[in-house]
Design a protein around this ligand. Structure first.
Ligand SMILES: Nc1ncnc2c1ncn2[C@@H]1O[C@H](COP(=O)(O)OP(=O)(O)OP(=O)(O)O)[C@@H](O)[C@H]1O
Ligand SMILES: [Mg+2]
Length: 301
């Protein structure tokens, strides 16, 4: 039973879900690729657990290269996010926003510097402890060949119906109730096909389930239509009130959720401030946001 408890985070939970269904060979192969390439992401000797998490995040002199690559994607990057604060991350395509989001839940480890949660280097925490405090939703979420319910709960020991309902509400994922077998409907590679926006909303529900102190949301609404996005943003604003948020954003409207924005360029944070201040003072920021604004307008036109 204990090993089930450990699996409170999606990537870990893949193994758990796979063990229940043998037919998802493709997903299993992909999983092995991911883990085989990063055996160093493991609990250190002497690691400890963080029982109560305030949610202070610090990237301190962070440098990062992908394995087998010589290119520094991030270098000398410093950023502090105080407990309860939400910081939006803005930067050109390929500037390293997603990469930065990977470092907190340790999908990858830094090559230089440190990532700290409540002042503790994340590499000194048990992975299961770290990830129990960090809810993540990435742009292209992985769903497993399992029921909607299993995809949401992901091995958490006890999740009440009320908690599930709240997470589904927050993420505007109410469509799950209308699936042929409701929450028991099988999705993923072998199951009922969901749209990109529906998968994103499920992933968001998964991220907020269990009320983690930190939410890492990497452009989680990019495939959601503009109307749904507006509704999700309203409920996300309430969720983010009590937690620390690292929010990669493209659409200017989403920036309303951020207390401050960090602009990334050349692998480092080049400006931090309130959205309206950066709009006034920073040419790159203004250019990036007006491009995105135009693009999103064209999509909806
Ligand atoms: N697995 C990987 N191996 C090697 N290089 C990678 C890998 N993933 C991303 N990169 C490179 O790292 C850089 C940063 O990528 P990243 O995905 O973090 O950018 P991003 O800011 O999130 O971009 P976007 O706005 O398009 O989502 C890019 O040059 C990308 O090509
Ligand atoms: Mg990205």
């Amino acid at each position: 039973m204990n090993y089930v408890f450990m699996l409170t985070w999606p990537m870990d939970a893949i193994g758990y879900v796979l063990s229940m269904s043998e037919e998802c060979q493709t997903a299993s192969d992909r999983l092995n690729e991911v883990f085989d390439s990063r055996p160093e992401i493991a609990d250190r000797a002497g690691a400890h657990s963080l029982d109560r998490c305030r949610g202070r995040i610090e990237f301190r002199g962070v440098g990062f290269k992908y394995p087998k690559s010589d290119e520094w994607i991030l270098r000398n990057l410093n950023l502090v996010i105080e407990p309860g604060e939400t910081v939006g991350i803005v930067g050109r395509t390929g500037s390293g926003k997603t990469t930065l989001a990977y470092l907190l839940p340790r999908l990858y480890d830094v090559a230089e510097g440190q990532v700290l949660l409540d002042g503790i280097d994340v590499r000194d925490l048990y992975l299961r402890s770290l990830r129990s405090h960090v809810g993540v939703a990435f742009e292209d979420p992985i769903l497993f060949s399992a029921s909607v319910h299993e995809n949401l709960v992901m091995g958490r020991p006890v999740v009440s119906d009320e908690e599930l309902k709240r997470a589904i509400d927050v993420a505007q994922a109410g469509f799950v109730w209308d699936l042929p077998w409701g929450l028991e409907t099988r999705v993923g590679e072998q199951g009922y096909t969901l749209s990109g926006g529906q998968r994103q909303r499920l992933a968001l529900a998964r991220a907020v389930l269990g009320n983690p102190a930190v939410l890492v949301l990497d452009d989680p609404l990019s495939s959601v239509d503009v109307h749904t996005e507006a509704v999700i943003e309203q409920s996300l604003a309430r969720v983010l009130e009590g937690v620390t948020g690292l929010l990669v954003v493209h659409r200017p409207s989403t920036l309303a959720l951020a207390d401050r924005v960090a602009l990334i360029d050349g692998g480092t944070v080049v400006a931090v401030g309130a959205h309206t201040d950066l709009l006034k003072s920073n040419d790159l920021y203004r250019a990036l946001l007006s491009q995105e604004y135009e693009a999103s307008r064209q999509q909806t036109a």
